[in-house]
Design a protein around this ligand. Sequence first.
Ligand SMILES: *Cc1c(COP(=O)(O)O)cnc(C)c1O
Length: 403
Amino acid sequence: MKSPVSLAHGRPYLAIPGPSVMPDRVLRAMHRAAPNIYGGEIYDVVAGIWPRLRAVAGTVQNCAIYIGNGHAAWEAANANLFSRGDKALVLAVGRFGIGWAESARAMGVDVDLLDFGKSKPIDLARVEAALRADSGHQIKALLATQVDTSSSIKTDIKKLRAVLDAVGHSALLAVDCIASLGCDEYRMDDWGVDVTVAASQKGLMTPPGLGIVWFSEKARERCRGNDLRTPYWDWELRANGTEFWQYFDGTGPTHHLYGLSEALLMIEEEGLENVWARHRALAGAVWAAFDVWGSGSPTIAMNVANPADRGCSVTAARIGGQDATRLREWCEKEAGVTLGIGLGMALPNDPAWHGFLRVAHMGHVNAHMTLGVLAVMETGMQALNIAHGEGGILAATHSISSR
Ligand SMILES: *Cc1c(COP(=O)(O)O)cnc(C)c1O
C-alpha cells in the first residue's frame, strides 16, 4: 500500500459476530417518540411479536423477554431451571459454553462441565457415558450451545436429543442459540428442546438489549418452585402474565420492541427456511475462500475442519503469527470493514492471540456484503504480503454462482 489515501470512507461494515448489522427498517421503526406503555399501539406491537418470536425458534410453547443481553438470558434460564445445589451437565466447545457453565456455577448450581476443546464437535459417546453414569438422574438439565461464537463449532441438537432419549434420561435439554437463531436451522419443538436462549443483537438484527428465553410446558411444570428464582427472573408472568407490565416486570423495552417487531416481520417476509438457506450459501462462500487461501499458506486455516460441524453465522480462523491483527487493522483503516477478534483461542496477552480472527456472516447480510468482506480480506493479504493461496474470491463467487 503505497498511497496514503484510505479507501475506508463510505458506509462502514461491521463484520463482527454481534452486534450484527441493523437493517434500516429496524432503525427506522425505532426512531419515534416514547410510546404510552399503558395502552395503545405498543400493546399491538407486542401482541404481534409473540407468535413471530415463537415461530423463529420453532415452538408453540412459552416465551419470555428480558431487558438484558445474552449473559442475562443465561442467568434467566439458570434461575428458572434450577434450585441451589441442583446438578447441571454443561457441554462446551468454546468460550461461550464455558461461560454458561460459569454463570450457573456462580449461582449455586452443581455444574459438571464436559469440555470438548476448541476445534472439534462434541463427542456424543462421552455425553452418553456421562448420562448413563448418572443412574439416579441427578442431572436436572443438559446445557448446550448450538453454535459457539468463539470457535464457530455447531452442535447437532437433534442428535443430542436422541442420546438423551436412548439413555432414557429425564434431564431437560437447554440450548444457547444466541449466535444461531435466525441463521442456522433450529426447531425447538420438533427436536425436543425444553429451553432455548437467544438475544436480540445477532441473527435477530436488533440492538443489544433483549434476552429471550423460550421454554416447554414440561420445563414449566418441572421447574415450578425452584428456589433460584427471584421476581425479576421468574419466567412465569413474563410468558403468561395477564397485564402488560408483567411481560417485562416493569417498564417494557419500548424501542427495542419496535425494532424487534420489524426484524421479525422481515424474517417472516423472507421465510425462515430461506433465511437459513441464505446463511448457508454465504457461509459456503466464506469457507470456499478460506480453503483456497489456506492452500497457499501453512498457517491460514479455518478453526473447524469439517463443514458439517461449522455454524453458518460466523467463521473462526487462524491466519498465523501476528497476521490476523495486521489484517483486521488493515481492513478497518483502509477499507471500512471491521472483522471480529479471535475469542478464546489464546489469551489476549499471549502473542499467539494476534494470529486469530472471526468473520461474521449473521443476520442482515447478503451476497454483496459477504463477497465484499472477502474481497477486502484478500486485498489486505496482498497489501500486507501475507502468504495465501491465490483465487479465494474466485472460489467464493463460484460457490455462490454454482449453488
Ligand atoms: C454473543 C453470545 C453470548 C453472549 O451474549 P452477550 O449478549 O454478549 O451477553 C452467549 N452465547 C453465545 C453463543 C453468543 O454468541
